[in-house]
Design a protein around this ligand. Structure first.
Ligand code: ARG
Length: 457
């Protein structure tokens, strides 16, 4: 395709290091769509004849059928998907095939193909996030009043509701969704027609190809269009953030599924057994979601480092843009699907969660708050009195509400029987009815609000 000025062909090493066909064959659909749009535009502009354009269009459609049926052949001599398609086109339609590449370079071609691929991956990610969001809202609704311990430092802190906990992830994933949507809006410009770097002397209709390929408009600057990969980085960074959220959720399921916690039974369909220990039920899917997040972040790092030192315009380093994006997309799609299933189908042991909430003096803050409200004691002093009560409860081996009124009065005179109303986990969560708080009434409102937000997207 470019041998005119060379006396010798490339060495075996050159051919191998140069070949991107092993991975960029994944772009064959986009490549053929791009060529179809380009040749239709060339014909309309009178740059190629209708006859040649028809032959090229027929040839391209035949290639699409062949690739769909038999896969894409991998010949390193043809370097990449663009030359692979063009060489097959030449076999099918003869010399007219050579007119397809008029006013085009592989530089604007690959930038267009890859953008279309990333656009599809971004849409798929949004769809995947939506499935997890729907699962989270459904389970949050079911468990708006299920009490569990809330943790800080993984130490029992205050009772919360499971619904509230799940809706925390709903918020995180809604933001992830908006990051993907932002990325989609920004990548909505078509590089095709930028040619190698400087534009072209042919009278193109770039609006026509942009619209044919589903873009809002053509890119404004030909150098930018062939040189930048920030659309791919936008995707990878949104994917990294989303994977990070999924990884934290997966980690919680792993902890909750462990025997000492026993808060959740993961679905059979997303667990594995051990080949030696018959009792085992391992959270492999969750662990892999946690592991995949690291790889996705690695992919984002990889592409940032590829791009950071490149002068304008195209350099061959940029061929390395695709593997990390393809890899990250595969990992993210799987992670989203796994977490959607885990959220939707896990069995929560609400009795056990409640017991755990009752066990860790999780209502100590409620006692301190009661002292502030009922006895007008400054919070710092109330904190100190409550500390003494916790200590005594530990010595007696009881929960805070297992202390007698005499015990409590011995610690501070001002405490009376009404305090027991504040010390149950139910009273504790019901009291936290501030906007955004864990009280079941608030969680139910948040579920309704979440449903409305999902309807609007
Ligand atoms: N396979 C190349 C890539 O993926 C296509 C662009 C080649 N351009 C060039 N000037 N050699 O980046």
């Amino acid at each position: 395709m470019w041998g005119g000025r060379f006396a010798e062909g490339p060495s075996a090493i050159m051919r191998e290091i140069n070949a991107s066909i092993p991975f960029d064959k994944a772009l064959w659909r986009e490549d053929i769509s791009g060529s179809l749009a380009h040749v239709a535009m060339l014909a309309k502009q009178g740059i190629v004849s209708e006859g040649d354009a028809d032959a090229i269009i027929r040839g391209l459609n035949q290639i699409a059928e062949e690739y769909a049926r038999d896969g894409v052949p991998e010949n390193w001599d043809l370097e990449d998907i663009h030359m692979t398609v063009e060489s097959r086109l030449t076999e099918i339609v003869g010399p007219a095939a050579g007119r397809l590449h008029t006013a085009r370079s592989r530089n604007d071609q690959v930038a267009t193909d890859f953008r279309m691929w990333v656009r599809e991956a971004t849409r798929r990610a949004i769809g995947g996030v939506d499935t997890v969001l729907a699962a989270l809202v459904g389970r949050a609704d079911e468990h708006a009043g299920s009490i569990m311990p809330g943790f800080t430092h993984l130490q029992t802190a205050q009772p919360v509701t499971l619904g509230h906990h799940l809706l925390a992830y709903f918020e995180m994933l809604m933001r992830d969704r908006s990051r993907f949507a932002d990325a989609l809006a920004r990548m909505d410009e078509c590089p095709l027609g930028s040619a190698a770097l400087a534009g072209t002397g042919f009278d193109l209709d770039r609006e026509m190809t942009a619209h044919a390929l589903g873009f809002a408009r053509p890119t404004r600057n030909s150098l930018d269009a062939v040189s930048d990969r920030d659309f791919a980085l936008d995707y990878l960074m949104a994917a990294s953030q989303c994977s990070l959220h999924l990884s934290r959720l997966a980690e919680e399921f792993i902890i909750w599924a462990s025997q000492p916690f026993g808060f959740v039974k993961l679905p059979d369909t997303l667990s594995t057994g051990s080949s030696i220990m018959p009792q085992k039920r391992n959270p492999d899917a969750a662990e892999l979601v946690r592991g995949h997040a690291g790889r996705v972040i690695g992919c984002a790092t990889s592409l940032m480092i590829t791009m950071k030192g490149l002068p304008l315009a195209y350099s061959k380093d940029m061929q390395d843009d695709k593997p990390p994006v393809f890899e990250a997309a595969g990992l993210l799609d799987l992670s989203l699907a796994a977490m959607a299933g885990m959220v939707a189908d896990s069995g929560f042991d609400t009795a056990r969660m409640r017991k755990a909430a009752e066990a860790g003096h999780a209502t100590a803050t409620d006692l301190a708050d009661w002292l502030v409200r009922q006895a007008d004691i400054p919070f710092r002093e109330a904190h100190h009195i409550t500390g003494a009560a916790v200590k005594l409860a530990d010595q007696k081996g009881v929960a805070l509400d297992g202390l007698t009124i005499a015990d409590l009065k011995a610690i501070d005179e001002r405490i009376d029987e009404r305090v027991f109303d504040a010390l149950s986990v139910d009273a504790s969560v019901a009291a936290r009815a501030s906007y955004g708080g864990t009280a079941p009434v608030r969680v139910r409102e948040q579920v309704e609000d979440a449903r409305r937000r999902l309807e609007k997207i």
